[in-house]
Design a protein. Structure first.
Length: 404
């Protein structure tokens, strides 16, 4: 079974919700990233504004300290030997080569080419001095503790306004998507109604065709007419199988499950006999290895599982191929000798509207129905496939659902 995906419109509302959810997640993610970027830019601008204000203040402090140093230099002997101090800031002086002369600062200066910068929790301001070299100093540094109030206010504003903006844009995105989804939703509803009506109308003619084929006296037919009848029978059963799938797909939610003990061995034999004429058209043979096994399940639903597994094994098998069906108490497996599935495609085969080969007919709903029934009854289904060799689909039964 070679998978060639041909995905169509999903009629289920939950698919529409998933699409809406994916879009909103992507939309909100992009909006969040944009808001984060704007928040970072706002933070940087406020930081620059803070440095600008600090630059003016620290420049004033530097002028005050320079005057004090100048006075200290001129008056230090013999009145005082104490370096000028100020409670509003800390300072340091360095010579022309950058060597420290004296310092009251917490941190050693890092830059001699920038006038203002941050170092840990403090802010440094550099004032190059004139060539008088009071106390031998060429560079005067002013250090103050950083006031983080500006940062707290900026972060608070970013969080508050960013959250409000994100909330408003999320609501806008939700309604924006709803407007654009409305035409698609109307089309889906129209298509859904069409399928239901068409499915209902198919029942009577298909039943009549199959019933009349069974009642025909083939012994009086010539070989040519008998071959024509076989082709009619194949076509009618193909349409009948599609009708059963469409009926289950569109109307199963209105039907209450009637679980009972189902003889799987007998059911498999009956379904193989039903599909024998379809398999015969491709010269496909069945190999059955069946042990007695019963499953507590809705008989119509397990029939849909078997019909779709067998139908797919026929549809995607090669001419003169083989279908091997194995039944044990704990599991059921259907193996074909088709052209297999690529490893990367195996997980997609149960998706609705996924078809195995573009040249084959069908809507790609059969295995999706199988998966939904398997999931409903907490069974387990697995797929093993080798490209150009074939595929094995196995259904494992849980203890308590099988007749011990």
């Amino acid at each position: 079974m070679l998978v060639s995906k041909s995905k169509g419109i999903n009629l289920h509302r939950n698919s529409e919700c998933r699409s809406l959810l994916r879009f909103l997640i992507l939309y909100i993610t992009l909006v969040t990233l944009l808001l984060l970027l704007l928040g970072m830019l706002h933070y940087k601008s406020q930081e620059e504004l803070m440095f600008s204000k600090k630059r003016a203040l620290l420049s004033k402090y530097a002028d005050e300290q320079y005057k004090a140093i100048k006075k200290f230099h001129n008056d230090q002997y013999p009145q005082s030997v104490t370096y000028p101090r100020n409670a509003k800031f800390r300072s340091a002086i360095h010579d022309l080569s950058g060597e420290k002369i004296f310092s009251l600062m917490k941190h050693k200066p890092k830059h001699f080419g920038r006038d203002i910068y941050r170092i840990e929790e403090t802010i440094h301001f550099l004032k190059p001095l004139d060539d008088n070299y009071y106390l031998g100093a060429k560079y005067l540094f002013i250090e103050v503790d950083e006031d983080f109030l500006w940062r707290d206010n900026v972060i608070k504003d970013i969080i508050i306004y960013g959250t409000l903006t994100l909330f408003v844009l999320a609501i806008f995105g939700f309604f924006f998507v709803g407007v654009f989804l409305r035409p698609m939703r109307d089309s889906i509803t129209l298509l859904d109604d069409f399928i239901k009506d068409t499915t209902h109308e198919l029942n009577t003619p298909i039943s009549a065709i199959l019933a009349n084929i069974e009642m025909m006296d083939k012994s009086t037919m010539g070989e040519k007419n008998e071959k024509k009848l076989v082709r009619i029978n194949i076509a009618a059963k193909t349409v009948s199988h599609l009708y059963q799938d469409l009926t289950y797909l569109t109307l199963s939610h209105n039907r209450k499950s009637k679980d009972e003990w189902v003889d799987l061995k007998q059911l498999i034999q009956d379904r193989v006999e039903y599909f024998a004429i379809l398999a015969g058209s491709k010269k496909i043979t069945f190999t059955l290895d069946l042990k007695d096994s019963a499953l507590f399940i809705d008989s119509i639903k397990i029939a849909r599982v078997l019909d779709n597994l067998i139908s797919n094994a026929i549809k995607y098998n090669k001419r003169y191929g083989t279908i091997s069906i194995v039944l044990r108490k704990q599991y059921l497996s259907v193996q074909d000798t088709g052209i297999g599935i690529e490893a990367k495609e195996v997980n997609d085969i149960f998706e609705r509207y996924t078809r195995f080969n573009a040249s084959e007919g069908g809507f790609g709903i059969g295995l999706n129905i199988v998966k939904s029934i398997i999931t409903e009854y907490d069974l387990h289904i697995s797929v093993k496939s080798v490209l150009n060799q074939g595929t094995i689909i196995r259904v494992d039964f849980l203890k308590g659902t099988i007749d011990a």
